[in-house]
Design a binder for this molecule. Structure first.
Ligand SMILES: [Zn+2]
Length: 504
């Protein structure tokens, strides 16, 4: 048992710098912006990083000191004023909470703020400035974090997710909290071995059940069995952040620094050598719909509109796939969720049972497809609040800011007041739509939804439609990433870690 006072906090955003939708303070307020005891009521008992922090601290008799939790759904660059507000509240809460014995901080690692390319690095260094160089700080990071040297310099104790779909958030929260308490009890010092690779793979083939990321995570877990190695994280990075620190990296936490360096170089070599495996060629819209129409399985087929996945920064309202489904007169299909507050308002004004003409989608990124005008019937309305039942963020309350179930010919559509990925079937079930009764599920998703949907469906096709989260990275006009970087450029010459001296 311990009587240590440990601060817990959460600052989470994945910033798609090409998105036209800036992330302001309202976006955090809509998703999560809580302080003090509200953090405990929001996260206690959830399978999240903060849920993991709370469980470990309470089981060990530590005093949980809730600070600030701020998260917004992935979208465009965070506004300077939103970030300043959150940072000020975080630093003020830490100041008031002193003396603390340690801090647990759940980060994403791919946040970008207007005029600030490495906000997590700055946040950690400003926390350091308050608590001093010796206070243990442990973090959790998303597998898609663009980890920076500035971040790693603030603390070696950083734990990346090892799953995609991310179903080990809780486990990594537990590991971070456990190591933090252990470092206090044993007065153990840890070291970071960090390598940034000159590559930014698209995330489409970063799944951890199979493929290159699966193999790398297996090697990471095996390396954790070695003497002196505590934890090994493999970060795929987030390629839609146009920043100098974009891309993949390896971070090893070690009690034995030379052993950590060796593991980091080994994993960096393996990741680099397998880079071509991260690339996939996907069918276009017509080809994918052809395939879906030929589907004869007992369970539904999914057309995953991966280029408009809101959790990759997609606007959630592109219409390319929807237009094709309508023009092909597809029957018994479900499309969603389409982010369209105007349509939602129109449905609410018209009421359940009303028939009306709607202009669907195409409002936030019309360059990827114009709104689609259709006759529709309002089937049901809801407040859009439900709890996740699937394996990801289980138990967490989700609020879509209202929802409408509408029917357009043979297609049922879910319209929401916020952009969000269809990662949990409860998104549809809460309003009375049963996805397993449909033949075709056209979903605004990428990979994460597999955790809950794979057991329900017969086949999944990733569709190459136009959208902000397209896996064709060469189509984006990068200005700030380091060059050369794979797969935009070929890489020639020595790799930094093979020259030695490049691990932190
Ligand atoms: Zn992620």
């Amino acid at each position: 048992m311990t009587n240590h006072r440990i601060g817990i906090a959460f600052c989470y955003h994945e910033s798609h710098t090409f998105s036209p939708v800036k992330t302001d303070i309202r976006a955090f307020e809509q998703e999560c912006l809580v302080e003090g005891d509200d953090i405990l009521s929001t996260f206690r008992g959830t399978r999240t990083e903060v849920g993991g922090f709370i469980d470990v601290l309470e089981q060990n008799g530590a005093a949980v000191v809730p600070l600030v939790c701020a998260a917004a759904i992935p979208s465009g660059t965070v506004t300077a004023s939103a970030y300043e507000t959150i940072e000020e509240r975080m630093l003020a809460a830490i100041g008031r909470a002193q003396p603390l014995d340690g801090i647990l901080l759940a980060l994403h690692g791919a946040m970008v703020v207007e005029g600030l390319a490495d906000p997590e690095g700055r946040l950690l260094s400003r926390i350091r400035a308050i608590v001093g160089a010796d206070l243990p700080i442990a973090t959790t990071l998303d597998l898609h974090a663009n980890v920076t040297r500035q971040m790693v310099e603030q603390t070696p104790m950083q734990f990346g997710f090892k799953t995609y779909p991310h179903v080990d958030m809780y486990e990594q929260g537990v590991r971070a909290a456990s190591l933090l308490l252990h470092s206090l009890a044993a007065k153990q010092v840890y070291h970071a071995s960090f390598i940034k690779l000159p590559m930014m793979p698209p995330s489409i083939n970063m799944l951890t059940q199979e493929g290159p990321m699966h193999d790398l995570v297996e090697l990471a877990r095996a390396a954790e069995e070695r003497e002196g190695i505590v934890n090994v994280s493999v970060f795929g990075g987030f390629p839609y952040s146009d920043i100098p620190d974009v891309g993949a990296s390896i971070l090893v936490i070690a009690a034995d620094k030379p052993a950590g360096d060796r593991v980091a170089r080994f994993l960096a070599d393996k990741m680099w050598d397998q880079r071509e495996r991260f690339l996939l060629s996907l069918p276009g819209i017509q080809e994918a719909v052809d395939e879906a129409l030929r589907w004869e399985g007992d369970r539904p087929i999914v057309l995953a509109d991966v280029s408009d996945n809101p959790l990759s920064g997609g606007t959630g309202d592109t219409t390319g796939l929807l237009s094709e489904l309508l023009s092909r007169r597809v029957r018994n299909a479900l499309f969603g969720a389409l982010y369209d507050p105007e349509t939602l308002d129109a449905c609410r004004r018209a009421g359940v049972g009303a028939e009306l003409t709607l202009r669907l989608g195409g409002k936030h990124s019309p360059e990827f497809g114009a709104p689609v005008e259709v006759p529709a019937k309002v089937i049901r309305l809801s407040d859009g609040r439900f709890r996740n039942q699937g394996p990801m963020n289980t138990g967490l309350l989700v609020d879509t800011n209202g929802a409408a179930h509408i029917r357009v010919e043979g297609i049922d559509l879910l319209i929401t007041g916020r952009a969000l990925s269809a990662n949990d079937p409860e998104l549809f079930r809460h309003i009375g739509i049963e996805p397993t009764e449909k033949r075709i599920l056209a979903l605004k998703v990428k990979n994460h939804f597999r955790a809950a949907f794979e057991p329900l469906v017969g086949r999944i096709i990733n569709v190459d439609a136009p959208g902000l989260a397209s896996n064709k990275l060469r189509n984006f006009l990068y200005r700030h990433i380091p060059r050369p970087i794979w797969p935009i450029d070929d890489w020639k010459g020595d790799l930094p870690w093979r020259k030695g001296g490049h691990t932190a």
